[in-house]
Design a binder for this molecule. Structure first.
Ligand SMILES: NC(=O)C1=CN([C@@H]2O[C@H](COP(=O)(O)OP(=O)(O)OC[C@H]3O[C@@H](n4cnc5c(N)ncnc54)[C@H](O)[C@@H]3O)[C@@H](O)[C@H]2O)C=CC1
Ligand SMILES: CC/C=C\C[C@H](O)/C=C/C=C\C=C\C=C\C(=O)[C@@H](O)C/C=C\CCC(=O)O
Length: 266
């Protein structure tokens, strides 16, 4: 997929990884709708992008992905403004083990909402032009973090949901690919939760486990992950693929097929 003239939506685009994904999309010719719950940061990111890429290439909407109504409204306004959407990146996410229902609302239900909305608009069955959905999971969507079980659960769920939807989309002939990005640790504000007892609750006592893993694994910059995001987005051969991104490189996860799981008689 060439990006020139394509229209992308990125959730959680005010800062961190979402901002870096929006920036690399803009650098490669796309127009980008930035959706984020943080109005101040979102406006400031939009202003910075305007200065670099011109006013007509970006749009910012205050949007909480945990509200069906608000999310739909922001999406519809994007379609009205740009006329179409070709790329949808469900990136918004939080780490909060105390308000765990909120974490599920944003990290999982927000991704489900965004995926369904994007498919409805892009699927060729409805006269859409097809497209790509990138759901941002995490390495915690494949391995677990004992210090963040709800975060782990939401990211595993994003991987499972996206894989199932990718196969469904292909079988239904929607013309929409769905892939998952699974980065290890990246230097963004979400990692501050590791130091906050009011975000980790009883799991605060295991924060050293996550910190030790981080020390061994190392920290990536958002721009490094954005380069890998772009490669996956442009690879038309990938559907239902989960790309792990670490400071040592990237690799697609080799999931076993249902008939490949080794079992012995009970
Ligand atoms: N930083 C890391 O080490 C890793 C992050 N991720 C994932 O990357 C995604 C982005 O996170 P980061 O950039 O790291 O964190 P961040 O905290 O810097 O950015 C998250 C963005 O999402 C926005 N957001 C939060 N709740 C929202 C809501 N309800 N509706 C709309 N926007 C909302 C925030 O305002 C913020 O702009 C998340 O899904 C996270 O789980 C995945 C792997 C590693
Ligand atoms: C609560 C924290 C929030 C977000 C962080 C992120 O979403 C979660 C990441 C979860 C797991 C990360 C695991 C990372 C593993 C690696 O990078 C491995 O490739 C490397 C591990 C050890 C390397 C040893 C070596 O280099 O020899």
């Amino acid at each position: 997929m060439a990006l020139d003239g394509k229209v992308a939506v990125v959730t959680g685009a005010a800062q961190g990884l979402g901002k870096a994904f929006a920036e690399i999309l803009l650098q490669n010719g796309a127009k980008v709708a930035l959706l984020d719950v943080n109005e101040k940061e979102g406006k400031s990111t939009k202003a910075a992008f305007e200065a670099e890429f011109g006013a007509s290439r970006t749009l910012f909407h205050v949007c909480d992905v945990s509200s069906e109504e608000v999310f739909k409204d922001a999406f519809q306004k994007t379609v009205q403004h740009f006329g179409r959407v070709d790329i949808f990146c469900n990136n918004a996410g939080i780490t909060n083990e105390v308000s765990w229902e909120k974490t599920i609302e944003i990290n999982l239900k927000g991704v489900v909402r965004g995926t369904y909305m994007a498919l409805e608009h892009m699927k060729t069955e409805n006269g859409g032009g097809g497209g790509v959905i990138i759901n941002v999971a995490s390495m915690a969507g494949v391995v677990h973090l004992a210090g963040a079980p709800i975060y782990t659960a939401t990211k595993h769920a994003v991987v499972g949901f996206s894989r199932a939807m990718a196969e469904f989309s292909a079988a239904a002939g929607y013309g929409v690919r769905i892939c998952m990005l699974c980065p290890a640790f990246v230097r963004t504000d979400i990692l501050n939760a590791l130091k906050e007892k009011d975000k980790l609750g009883e799991f605060f006592r295991l924060k050293h486990l996550t910190e030790n893993l981080l020390d061994v694994a190392g920290l990536m910059e958002t721009s490094d992950v954005a380069k890998v995001f772009l490669q996956m987005l442009l690879d038309d051969s990938k559907n239902g693929a989960a790309l792990l991104v670490t400071p040592r490189g990237a690799a697609y996860v080799d999931f076993p097929a249902a008939n490949e799981i080794p079992c012995s008689p009970l």
